[in-house]
Design a protein around this ligand. Structure first.
Ligand code: AMP
Length: 187
């Protein structure tokens, strides 16, 4: 099966994706990781990507789509994909459908992890007390939350019409979120 999991930063997407990977033996496809790899390996597009990421901008759809294509056509990963942090735009969502259809695959489950801003603030506060962390990234995270919700709106509209779309309440405890996802994936 192929899965898409998306939601704002701070929703615990990475944690949930990892849980699903472990339980269902999938390959986690994070476009953030793929992009960082290009920088690390100093490829021809690595330098451009480094500039984009350091400015906090989005990589172009062209760059991201090329990287994703390689993964989708990898026979080892066929029908064992979980996309995390992708698609981030309507163009990327449509391109994903196209690439999957070209390789005779499809998305089986789409999860939108919906979490309120207040919940994210509460989680940060709790972590600060537990880990004695500084407050330096709270504002940054909240700003990224707003940007994400704004730019991903068209993706949400596109996916929410599909029959295999599931909105998951991300305001409950982390293990409770996973229990719900696991229930849906196990049927
Ligand atoms: P992440 O690790 O998902 O937080 O991504 C880190 C950075 O990589 C983001 O801030 C963007 O600059 C870039 N990035 C990751 N995924 C995408 C994507 N699907 N489309 C465009 N840019 C992306």
């Amino acid at each position: 099966m192929n899965v898409v999991i998306f939601g704002p930063p701070g929703a615990g997407k990475g944690t949930q994706a990892l849980n699903i990977v472990n339980k269902f033996a999938l390959y986690q496809v994070s476009t953030g990781d793929l992009l960082r790899n290009e920088v690390k390996n100093k490829t021809s597009i690595g330098k451009d990507i480094e500039n984009i990421i350091s400015k906090g901008d989005f990589a172009t759809d062209e760059i991201v789509n090329d990287l994703i294509e390689k993964v989708i056509f990898d026979p080892q990963k066929r029908n064992k994909l979980i996309f995390d942090g992708y698609p981030r735009s309507l163009n990327q969502a449509k391109n994903l459908d196209l690439l999957l259809s070209k390789s005779s695959q499809k998305i089986d489950f789409i999860f939108f992890l919906n979490v309120k801003k207040e919940t994210i603030i509460k989680r940060i506060e709790k972590r600060k007390i537990l880990e004695n962390r500084a407050d330096d990234n709270t504002l940054t995270l909240l700003k990224r939350y707003d940007t994400y919700m704004e730019t991903t709106k068209p993706v949400l509209e596109f996916y929410s019409k599909k029959p295999n779309f599931y909105e998951i309440d991300g305001d409950v405890e982390i293990h409770e979120i996973y229990r719900k996802i696991e229930q849906i994936l196990s049927v």
